[in-house]
Design a binder for this molecule. Structure first.
Ligand SMILES: C[S@@+](CC[C@H](N)C(=O)[O-])C[C@H]1O[C@@H](n2cnc3c(N)ncnc32)[C@H](O)[C@@H]1O
Length: 308
């Protein structure tokens, strides 16, 4: 079924790496519209189990309807930072594969009222989980100027952060900043018009990461995912920007080579053993053909590890 909800990236590669046992147990931590899920589940046996987790109720509702013919799927609304608890609730101990396709779905971006895009006028929301407390409006209006500068620099890599925040601070004294259009105008008023789209994208990315605590959640889920994998089970992470990818790459490397012995020692005495084999020495990228079909895949980086 072709879905308008979200086109899964690197579909063949994900299916090939993920499935090691047709009757196995698999966890999709970022179920979204169920795009990857459908491709994977349709290959599995009836005895297989596929746990689909998403914090977005709307996404889960859509995916449920889409995958209703597959009895193997267990639907869980929740945050993947609670992976261990979610698996315990499903009475699952060990799994064959775990997928994390990070960030937001095209569907979330295309719904202006969710506030993820600078291309439409809407409230500054940006919550993936509509029940969570913090919105982008809260961040913009309530964080200190210093915190906002750090946020835009660290999560958006925006060089004009200080200028943007100075203007923002003046504006918010007069009137609460509530909409994407208000924020756009503030950014536009201080950056070079030639680069304004890039600045919009950077500032919106930074806010989204903060509102959803994206990097913190990623750091929390990775060790839980490794713990949940059987020997020979695989972890697949697709990231869309360097901040995420760096966390994944370093985490994999640390598990592949945990030895803490000084380099001068002829052999390892610390006793720390590798627990992951990296299957993608360099991150896998989408092909030019896929990028033509699905522009979102341009920035996608897939890294896969196998539990030892
Ligand atoms: C890129 S989309 C996944 C698309 C999916 N692979 C597909 O093919 O349809 C990412 C999804 O992960 C969800 N998500 C992001 N961070 C999450 C978290 N910490 N916990 C649970 N879900 C999360 C988002 O709500 C979004 O629906």
């Amino acid at each position: 079924m072709q879905s308008p909800f979200h086109k899964p990236v690197m579909p063949e590669q994900v299916v090939d790496f993920m499935i090691t046992d047709l009757g196995g147990v698999y966890v999709d931590c970022t179920f979204g519209g169920g795009g990857h899920a459908e491709l994977i589940v349709s290959q599995l046996n009836k005895e297989a189990i596929y746990v689909g987790i998403d914090q977005d109720e709307e996404a889960l509702r859509y995916a449920k309807a889409r995958l209703s013919q597959y009895g193997q799927v267990v639907y869980k609304q929740g945050n993947f930072r609670d992976l261990q608890k979610i698996l315990e609730d499903c009475s699952i101990r060990k799994v064959h594969g775990i997928l994390l396709d990070l960030g937001v779905s095209s569907y979330q971006i295309d719904r202006p009222m969710r506030g993820f895009t600078y291309m439409a006028d809407s409230n500054l929301d940006m919550r993936m989980d509509q029940n969570s407390a913090l919105t982008a409006e809260d961040v913009i209006n309530e964080y200190s100027e210093n915190d906002l500068v750090t946020l835009f620099k660290d999560y958006g890599e925006e060089r004009k952060s200080k200028l943007i925040v100075r203007r923002l601070a003046t504006e918010r004294k007069n009137k609460r900043i509530k909409t994407t259009t208000q924020l756009r105008k503030i950014i536009e008023s201080v950056v070079n018009p030639k680069f304004k789209i890039k600045s919009f994208a950077r500032i919106f990315q930074a806010l989204r990461i903060e509102v959803n605590q994206e990097l913190k959640c990623l750091e929390m889920v990775l060790p839980q995912a490794i713990e949940a994998l059987k020997t020979g089970g695989r972890i697949l992470v697709i990231s869309y920007h360097s901040l995420e990818d760096r966390i994944v790459k370093q985490f994999y490397k640390q598990l592949e080579n945990p030895c803490t012995c000084p380099v001068e020692l002829p052999e390892c005495v610390c006793g720390k053993k590798p627990s992951l084999k990296i299957l993608t020495r360099k991150a896998i990228r989408a092909t030019e053909d896929e990028i033509k079909e699905n522009s979102r895949s341009r920035s996608a980086l897939l890294r896969v590890g196998e539990k030892l």
